[in-house]
Design a protein around this ligand. Sequence first.
Ligand code: PLP
Length: 404
Amino acid sequence: MSHTPSRQDFDHYMTPNYAPQQVIPVRGEGSRLWDQQGSEYIDFAGGIAVNSLGHCHPVLVNALKEQGEKLWHLSNVFTNEPALKLAKTLTERTFADKVFLCSSGGEANEAALKLARRWAVDHHGEHKDKIISFHQSFHGRTFFTVSVGGQPKYSQGFGPVPGSILHANFNDLESVRELVGDDTCAIMVEPMQGEGGIVPATQEFLQGLRDLCDDHNALLIFDEVQTGVGRSGELYAYKNFGITPDILTSAKSLGGGFPVGAMLTTDAIAKSLAIGTHGSTYGGNALASAVALAAVEFIDTPEVLGGVKKRHDLFREHLETINRKYGVFKEIRGMGLLIGAQMSEAYEGRAKDILPLAIEEGLMALIAGPNVLRMAPSLVIPEADIAEGMARLERAIERLVAAA
Ligand SMILES: *Cc1c(COP(=O)(O)O)cnc(C)c1O
């Protein structure tokens, strides 16, 4: 008899570095999911800002099926048509001239940081090695990216960390001025901190970083792994600010659920990634590239991007209505369909307590740190699903408040 996997199997067979919820979803369609028992959920989590077109969107399913019957993988000993088309379309739609393809956000950031270091060595010398990033930032889990990230709990306890990494305060230009100098190689920043609590950068801050980089011959790297590919209401969030980075990284929404990442840069900087300097076996994988190409072409249209902005307003209105009744939130913020609701003083640190209650009510949501309820739904979530999801969220919050 075949064994039906259970949540207990997780504890038996998988490394204990996650603590997944008790239910196991087995099927998804659009913004709805069903678990092993057939219970239905509305998905405001979107696989942590990954399922940009919900679950099993026909455009992505078709791209996967078509490519799946043609060619999956070659390695970078050969190039392939989907990878070439994806790279071309990303350069045509952004500031970038060149694209490095890989399989995750951490890998895209690792490439960006290594490129920045190599560029500095090529043009200025070994001494120009300082990387400035920000407290509370998140850039991935490889040892370099987790060290550049501003959450020490993720990088401590693994022995010596890579050096020449400095952390300033987000949205505080003065704290950057204190660290920046001619030995600064790059500044890495999320245009809106995601894991750090859904905190948008201010216009002045990003402009100030751009100016500091220009003044000190340093590279400005935007980590758009979470904000990219329509999430902010533009293809990339930098377009909302009108401030252009030197290097941009993308993943999450890029594949709509298929693992893929990309690092974008200019011709001049890309020269430092000469033959043999960097690589990835799966980078530019044909299946991944075909799905990402379909996702970018579908999302980067006035209809979808305009729809994201419209849905942002709907999310905000619903959350404000809930808050007028229960007073659980101090602030509702975010861009596009990456929305955070910071808990009020009375519910300080209790964002995570909402999640299991929401699941019982049939809603999947996220947190961003202990104090922020986060939503990163499908960019095309139907309005009826937003309304029903919010009704379920309200019931969860009513229970949180009643138990207090
Ligand atoms: C999720 C995330 C990453 C890491 O991406 P992975 O695909 O998990 O490696 C990096 N930067 C930001 C801003 C993220 O949100």
